[in-house]
Design a binder for this molecule. Structure first.
Ligand SMILES: *Cc1c(COP(=O)(O)O)cnc(C)c1O
Length: 354
């Protein structure tokens, strides 16, 4: 698999390099050079397979012979060891539940697959994952890399500013998971991580890798659950499918759009945000004007400068799609609360992001 840097197309790397490096020069994101696609018949056949087998085929179409199919299949089986059920809420509305992993966040899919890929391509070279967390990512990363050979994980978190459950989820593991409580806020943790990455000597001697960076392996993993969603929908309804994607950094939506570009039948996507609405405003006005980030009930979506957006623009450009076809909307905390109550009345207990 070849990938290029969106900020400097001359920089091209293999999948292994992209996984190890995370970002390219000038903090540029890597994007696949070839976009695999399947025919209608191939899609139909894929949809009949079980989740892990189908996911291996999809990932193999991207990664190619860099990782032998049987090795990849084993890694996928280990990473995706939990289901992603589509639960019906009413006649034509269902929820794709991505919280059945070990840390109850959909970050488990990307985190666990990245961990498997890194341990596959890093060889005997020891790696140190250094990451800052405001709560959820720390738990997903810690569990994903727990007890993996040659990997040490260092997680910085703001003392007293994450929930006791989140703290227990990653501070009680031990082994190769090291946690540091910082007596300051999340931004201070992130600044320390950045400082470490700017230190070339430290970076090269410790072989630092950030699970926070927008690693391509995390995105590829997320493509797979869109196929899993469609597989659970009755065949006669598949052409009508509209998927609303709760978005923060826009990794999840990027993965969905990549799935569509491969031939998955999805009529339309909705880019859904909370009041941190840089993208919906951009789609309306054509102007990219991030505001200050506002804390909301759906805190994993409190992002005003979504890192993955350049990948979405690139995909639309490559496919000749029009951004005006991307539906979008932003909701307030009041709407979030009302909707959670409305869903509860229908017998479905939701959380604020959904
Ligand atoms: C991370 C997260 C999001 C946002 O996903 P992005 O890929 O950053 O857009 C939405 N909902 C939940 C529950 C999350 O954990």
């Amino acid at each position: 698999m070849k990938l290029y840097n969106l900020k400097d197309n001359q920089e091209q790397v293999s999948f292994a390099q992209a996984v190890k490096q995370g970002l390219g020069k000038q903090q540029g994101l890597f994007f696949p050079k070839d976009l695999p696609s399947f025919s209608q018949a191939e899609i139909d056949a894929l949809l009949k397979l079980d989740f892990a087998t189908r996911s291996s085929r999809i990932l193999s179409a991207f990664i190619g012979d860099e990782i032998p199919a049987d090795v990849l299949a084993k890694r996928v089986n280990t990473a995706f060891a939990f289901p992603a059920p589509v639960t019906q809420i009413e006649e034509d509305i269902s929820c794709l539940e991505l919280f059945h992993g070990p840390t109850l966040a959909f970050k488990d899919f990307g985190g666990r697959f990245m961990a498997q890929m890194l341990s596959e391509v890093a060889g005997d070279q020891p790696v140190t994952i250094l990451t800052a967390t405001s709560g959820d990512t720390g738990a997903a990363v810690a569990h994903a890399f727990y007890k993996l050979d040659n990997v040490q994980v260092v997680i910085l978190y703001p003392q007293g500013k994450i929930s006791p459950l989140q703290e227990k989820l990653f501070c009680t593991l031990g082994e190769n998971i090291h946690t540091v409580a910082i007596q300051d806020d999340f931004d201070a943790c992130q600044a320390l991580v950045k400082q470490a990455f700017d230190d070339e000597y430290l970076k090269n001697t410790m072989h630092l890798n950030s699970a926070n960076s927008i690693n391509i392996s995390r995105l590829l993993a997320q493509i797979c659950y869109y196929f899993e969603a469609v597989a659970q929908i009755p065949a006669e309804k598949r052409q009508q499918l509209v998927i609303s994607v709760p978005s923060g950094n826009f990794g999840d939506l990027t993965a969905g759009l990549l799935a569509k570009s491969m031939g998955l039948p999805v009529k339309r996507f909705i880019a859904a945000t909370n009041v941190n609405d840089t993208v919906p405003r951009y789609l309306d006005s054509g102007k990219w004007e991030p505001h200050r980030t506002i804390a909301t009930l759906s805190n994993a979506m409190d992002v005003s400068q979504p890192n993955n957006w350049p990948r979405i623009e690139e995909l639309y450009h490559r496919k000749g799609w029009l951004l005006s076809d991307l539906s979008h909307g932003a909701v307030s905390d009041e709407t979030t609360e009302e909707t959670v109550c409305e869903l509860a009345q229908k017998g479905y207990i939701s959380e604020p992001h959904a």
